[in-house]
Design a binder for this molecule. Structure first.
Ligand code: KG4
Ligand code: ZN
Length: 362
């Protein structure tokens, strides 16, 4: 049985952040270290092979730092957890293999965690959050809308059919020449812009997928708009130039970002509201990197309160990929006396995980 004073080391390497955390059995996060891989900025997107090599380089120093910050050593650990999927397979394998190796060499129990369940569980590091609720995981790789009648039971209502919400932010930022990752930059520009300046389309998919999402048409609409106004004909400012050098250009970028962001938020919050009504729930949990977006938090909060409910959203460092959230998800399984065999494979696709055992990681 996992006791309140026992310590768990959690590892997350599903995409481009190398993460390690130490979690105490009572749910306290003793450390939560994230090593961001800057190498992808040059390519304005994540390069999978480079990401897995960077994980190999960064993982042990990151684990060491998480132990140091927590003030503990390897001998103090009682269990090891790692993300088993979904994610980039080469990246998953680095963290999963390291966790298994550590578990094997120290004779510790091991838990493989579903990344999506990790995102949902992140909030438990900061506050009590009871089911039932409607959850939205929106990140660079995911846009999943779920009904969670109780923790451990996850009903997938809908998902994106093409780009993930965060991917749409990243691609639009790339079109605008704003850098990577695009979400925080678009968010910043949008705060100065008019969300009604440009009427970008909203894909409601009302007839054939009321809970599904599609963002690729929106991204194309932004591209066509930029072509129409001759944006690509003008020389883009060089990366050395300060982004604020041209007020007209900044005002234009702000309006495009605000209008694009409004289109994404309308759809995300509209579908969250529909899911609440359908499942007779008024409690909404937002998570994933896109949940850092201030306007999305505000709109989702207003919506939940208009239904007499509330919004739960972790602080930004717990919304983005981190190992603390993996530790929180692992903790509930350890408390229930569940562990995984060291033969547990990494799984890249969410579909295969759902088929095996919904988010349980078994
Ligand atoms: O959860 P996360 O750290 O990693 C993935 O699992 O993908 O999410 C990263 C994504 C990126 O696409 C990033 O652009 C987006 O979250 N993001 C945001 C904001 N901050 C990060 N999107 C919109 N607004 C933000 N403030
Ligand atoms: Zn994620």
């Amino acid at each position: 049985m996992f006791r309140e004073s026992d310590l768990l080391l959690a590892i997350e390497t599903s995409c481009d952040d190398t993460c390690a955390a130490v979690v105490r059995g009572d749910g306290t996060l003793l450390s939560n270290v994230v090593a961001r891989q800057a190498i992808h900025e040059e390519y304005v997107g994540v390069v999978p092979e480079l990401a897995s090599r960077e994980h190999q380089r960064l993982l042990l120093p990151t684990v060491r730092m998480s132990l140091e910050e927590a003030g503990v050593g390897l001998d103090d650990l009682s269990a090891v957890a790692a993300t088993r999927g979904p994610g980039l397979i080469g990246c998953l394998l680095v963290g999963l293999s390291a966790a298994k190796g550590l578990a094997l060499s120290r004779g510790l129990p091991f838990v493989g965690v579903n990344h999506i369940e990790g995102h949902l569980a992140a909030i438990c590091a900061e506050q009590e959050w009871e089911a039932p609720f409607v959850g939205l995981v929106a990140s660079g790789g995911h846009t999943e809308l779920m009904y969670v009648p109780e923790w451990g039971e996850y009903q997938l209502l809908g998902a994106t059919r093409d780009d993930a919400a965060g991917e749409a932010f990243d691609k639009v930022a790339k079109l605008l020449g704003l850098g990577f990752p695009g979400g925080p930059i678009v968010d910043r520009y949008a705060q100065q812009g008019n969300p009604k300046a440009i009427a970008f389309p909203r894909a409601w998919l009302k007839k054939d997928g009321p809970f599904d999402f599609s963002f690729s048409g929106l991204k194309t609409a932004v591209k066509y708009h930029l072509e129409d106004v001759g944006f690509f004909d003008e020389a883009a400012p060089s990366s050395e130039e300060p982004a604020t050098s041209d007020p007209d250009r900044d005002a234009f970028l702000a309006d495009v970002c605000a209008s694009f962001q409004a289109a994404v938020i309308d759809v995300l919050v509209g579908k969250l509201e529909l899911a609440c009504k359908e499942t007779k729930t008024n409690r909404v949990l937002l998570c994933g990197g896109v949940a850092c977006n201030g306007a999305l938090r505000e709109a989702a909060g207003d919506m939940a309160r208009s239904l007499g409910g509330e919004l739960g959203v972790p602080s930004p460092r717990l919304c983005q990929d981190n190992a603390g959230m993996i530790g929180m998800a692992a903790l509930s399984r350890l408390r229930a006396g569940e562990t995984d065999p060291l033969s547990l494979p990494a799984v890249a696709n969410l579909d295969e995980l759902v088929l095996t055992s919904p988010f349980a990681g078994a």
